[in-house]
Write a protein that binds this ligand. Structure first.
Ligand code: NAD
Length: 467
């Protein structure tokens, strides 16, 4: 860390980090396209050259299998960088729009202006991707960024603090470690944009703090993403894809299928296949599988144990061990409507399976609850698919798979209602971190009196013709 960010006691001072970024942004150094591209290439180098350090940090924080670490944190972020590098020239180009007769002769266009100094606050579940993914968009848009990774994933946070600055120009990016106190202090500072990923409770705190300065925010929150399984679904494929989505990162994924709502005619066959799939993926004892992660902290482990109590009949799994933070892939059925698991985001490897009489009942159930981040549908029926798309609201929809819609850079990723607002990935990231500045450029050689006072009867008649 260079001297300017260190205070007299030799510790890194977030306010100095902030001041450095503000000065850098105000100097205009982020405006040029080539400079933005260079930063993106530097970020890619960090991912490539620190791959093993990243993998180790994720293993320490989450027991994350190496392949999952590579796929969802490293490869995913590299993919976002490559996409941004390929498209940046087009994204940055001013967009011409039609100029109506009233404003003729003139030219109208939109300029994509960098928002400025941005604060990115990340969660612990994908502790690298969920700060570096937004950073790709912020750098592409020409912003300077302060990253605040989650303290609940300390190894990853420490890695970002100590190594990112070796690769990416510190005038563009700084990292601040810390938890509630540090984030609270940062939120009192003047940012031009705040990009928050986390839970609803903290989302409200962030939005309240931002409101004091009228700072715009994006809130990437969670919720209970339902998974509907129709009787026309291919049950073998559905079971594999649901268990994959539910056990990836031990269920600690914002878009993990939270619970399954299945047509009553295929309830038992699906349940059998779900159980069989757990066995196929992780063997008789998932505890010994190298491909199954751990719960991030004792607090979250206890939360899951509590959720399981009173959650109905355990149809598979249910074993857990606090010392090793192991929680088996677990299926529950016959869940009382009042059980907390019916209402709280599970965010772990417990899968409630709930029978439903038909699609109307399933849709009504979804619509009674806060709008989810994702909705999954397994069906082979185009009419039913249309009905679900039209009659439900969610951040995104994926038909016949889970999680994978995040990997499509052309699709904006974000919530709606209680699952948040503001979207990113691909072009949406660039747009989120840019202000769409409206510009109308008029000529001076034509300046008729007709719109200026005094509004005489004849001027009014002609003026009305233009409007
Ligand atoms: P969290 O809300 O507890 O914490 C997120 C961040 O906020 C952390 O950096 C933390 O240090 C900070 N923070 C915590 N308390 C704070 C406070 N009082 N004041 C200011 N800052 C505070 O979330 P989490 O537990 O890290 O993540 C889990 C949640 O995030 C789940 O609800 C999940 O669905 C959601 N999530 C959403 C997405 C998405 O892309 N939409 C992705 C991952 C996780």
């Amino acid at each position: 860390m260079i001297e300017t960010e260190v205070n007299t006691s030799g510790t890194v001072d977030p306010m100095r980090q902030l001041a450095r970024l503000r000065t850098a942004f105000d100097s205009g150094l982020t405006r040029a396209r080539d400079a933005r591209k260079r930063r993106l290439v530097e970020l890619r180098r960090f991912l490539v050259e620190c791959e093993s350090e990243i993998t180790q940090a994720l293993s320490a924080d989450l027991g994350r299998p190496a392949f999952e670490a590579y796929a969802s944190e490293i490869a995913f972020t590299k993919g976002e960088i490559t996409y941004a590098l390929e498209h940046l020239a087009r994204w940055m180009r001013p967009e011409r729009v039609r100029t109506p007769l009233l404003a003729q002769p003139g030219r109208s266009f939109i300029i994509h202006e960098p928002r400025g100094l941005v604060l990115v606050i990340g969660p612990w579940n994908y502790p690298l991707q969920l700060v570096l993914g937004p950073l790709v968009g912020a750098m592409a848009a020409g912003c300077c960024t302060l990253l605040k990774p989650s303290e609940i994933a300390p190894a990853t946070s420490e890695l970002l603090c100590s190594r990112l600055g070796d690769f990416v120009d510190p005038d563009w990016v700084q990292v601040v470690a810390g938890g509630v106190a540090e984030t609270t202090a940062l939120l009192a500072e003047p940012f031009d944009y705040i990009f928050f990923t986390g839970g609803e409770v903290v989302g409200r705190i962030v939005m309240e703090a931002a409101a004091k300065r009228l700072t715009p925010v994006a809130l990437e929150l969670g919720g209970k993403s339902p998974c509907l399984v129709d009787r026309t679904a291919d049950l073998d494929v559905a079971a594999r894809r649901i268990i994959w989505g539910k056990t990836y990162n031990a269920g600690q994924t914002c878009v993990a299928p939270d619970h399954v709502i299945v047509h009553q005619h295929v309830f038992e066959p699906l349940l059998d296949r779900l159980k069989k799939t757990i066995h196929e993926f992780f063997g008789a004892n998932p505890r010994t599988s190298p491909d199954y992660g751990r719960i991030v902290s004792e607090r979250h482990h206890r939360r899951l144990v509590q959720l399981l109590e009173g959650a109905g009949v355990v149809a598979a799994g249910g074993e857990h061990d606090l010392a090793s933070r192991y929680f088996a892939p677990t299926i529950v059925r016959e869940i009382p409507e009042s059980a907390p698991i019916q209402h709280e985001e599970i965010f772990g490897p417990i899968l409630p399976v709930i029978p439903t009489a038909d699609i109307d009942e399933a849709i009504a159930r979804v619509n009674r609850r806060p709008k989810p981040l994702a909705l999954y549908l397994f069906a082979n029926d185009a009419k039913l698919e249309r009905e679900v798309l039209e009659r439900t609201s969610s951040g995104g929809v994926l038909v016949n798979h889970t999680l994978l819609h995040l990997a499509v850079p052309g699709l904006p990723f974000g919530g709606v209602g209680a699952s948040g607002f503001g979207a990113y990935h691909g072009r949406a990231s660039f747009q989120t971190f840019s202000h769409a500045k409206a510009v109308l450029k008029k000529r001076t050689w034509f300046d008729p009196d007709v719109f200026y006072p005094p509004y005489t009867a004849s001027k009014t008649r002609i003026g009305r013709w233009f409007l």
